[in-house]
Design a protein around this ligand. Sequence first.
Ligand SMILES: C[S@@+](CC[C@H](N)C(=O)[O-])C[C@H]1O[C@@H](n2cnc3c(N)ncnc32)[C@H](O)[C@@H]1O
Length: 344
Amino acid sequence: MPRVKHQKHMYKEEVLEYSKEELRFGTPEIVAQYRAKKLKCNCLLEVGSSIGFQTFPFAEQCKHVIAVEIDRTKIERARKNAKLLGFTNIYFVHGDALEKKTIERVKDICEDRKLTINNIFLDTERKPDEKERSLKTIKPSIPKFLELYSHHSENIAIELPPHMQHEKLKPLPEHEKEYISLNGHLNRLTLCFGKLKKVNTSLVLLPENKRIEKKDNKNQLKQTKEITEEHKYLHEINPAVIVSDLLSELFPATQLFATKKKLYLLSSRKINSSLLQPYKILEITDKDNLTDALNNLNTDKITLRGNIAQDEYFNLKNKIEKDLRGKNKYDVFFFDNIIITEKL
Ligand SMILES: C[S@@+](CC[C@H](N)C(=O)[O-])C[C@H]1O[C@@H](n2cnc3c(N)ncnc32)[C@H](O)[C@@H]1O
């Protein structure tokens, strides 16, 4: 069986069939490999398999994979792709996972091959342009899916849009929210049921393969409305830490600085963490004194950050830089005050 290649975007050299759209919604290879190892078992049922970006890593780890997909074109592509890769342990089922016919077909495959489904994975379909995520628009319906499939196995992993509000998940049975950050960006949210649930919330960092579990920590970070002389470092935060609500657990000795758009951490010491981008605070100033402050710091070029509208960016940057005479490059945050910083 050929190995699935470890490339940035998988299977590029494998001449597999897929459309731009299918690639866009397909699972990135590092995530697919991570998940396949996590769900490794004798027989796995995958629902919403599309053209196979997640199915093939599953088929490398599991002895048998049953892959269900509602879209005929996609499942035909997946079949061709599986053949190209030499997989013989995937049983494809075309149909709506919630329909009796499809459930019967899955049952027949299990009976014919004397298989018991150990783990189930559902990758849901969601509207690409929704402003606010809702369980109601997700296909197939998750409560219905759980009702129909839990008797096969209670060990179910369901992928959801990562920005789904926690409140909206409350009606679902007990589960772990596993957030995945890929290369510093929030990439996936997987709900884990049954034995796949270890804690209430976790964060997995890839490619580092580091897992952080949320304990029942009731501490809240102190919030500040203003950056002052006591703050020496400002940190941008990987959004995955914010949605997984792990800030106070991971960085207890910091203060939270919230603007309309974004959260930052402030501290008296630099924090070394792959989850944060630190900036050393050099000067706190205002609009009237900005040019002098930058020239005192021997500045030549600046990157603007904070509350800057995209269409104002270059005008403002050029206007400030034309009066600068130095050789240093600094990052300038526009909040109520203006904070000149050095990116570390
Ligand atoms: C996000 S895509 C899956 C992507 C896939 N995991 C990958 O990595 O390429 C979700 C898939 O679920 C399928 N789907 C949606 N509703 C379904 C249903 N009721 N039964 C089976 N498949 C369904 C869609 O056709 C779509 O291919």
